[in-house]
Design a protein around this ligand. Sequence first.
Ligand SMILES: N[C@@H](CCC(=O)N[C@@H](CS)C(=O)NCC(=O)O)C(=O)O
Length: 206
Amino acid sequence: MPADVTLYGAKTGNCLRVAIALEELAIAHQVVKLDLRAGEQRTPDFLSLNPSGKVPVLRVRSSAAPPLVLAQSNAILLYLARRAGGRLLPPETDASAPFALERFFFFVTDVIAPSHAAFFLKNKGCEEGQRLMERRSLEMLLASERFLQNAPFMAGQSFTLADIAAVSIVAAQSPSIDWARYPQLQRWFAAVMARPSIERGMIAFD
Ligand SMILES: N[C@@H](CCC(=O)N[C@@H](CS)C(=O)NCC(=O)O)C(=O)O
């Protein structure tokens, strides 16, 4: 991608997943950190990039075309994977390709979405709802042990978007996991956390 790439974001799961994908694909980029508590996502400058006032936002400038400004973390991840020609998502001809998408969406919709709902309910002071959503998210996350029974990664033999979706939420929920009961998840987590791209992506907004 011979372009000027900027990731706008903060230290949240949605932003970390994009930072990890950029690192994994070795795409040169700058990071612009926003202080969400201070409301930097609602300044006129930022709203002109993303009128919904949310991060992450990816801006890609090249001499050949008008700049691309893309919001929605999952749209950004899919865009980056497609641009990378088969890395992070296996080629369509590969038998594991449908499972990479299945498991990517499993983590995004069945694990991460209830975790976001728990955060929202916590901020609204709804403790019972928060606990229900946290439990739901953790139960679903732990079900991923079966993906790893016969494979090194969440969708088979190669590292994909499914692993990127998984790693940020497993890291966040790590203290709640009874690791001895989930040996495959433990083995996978140690291996992916040792990848240099993940180490760099995880600290992108520190
Ligand atoms: N579905 C969007 C969610 C974006 C989102 O809610 N971002 C949060 C941080 S993770 C945000 O910008 N919050 C600041 C605010 O709502 O004011 C995505 O996946 O990018």
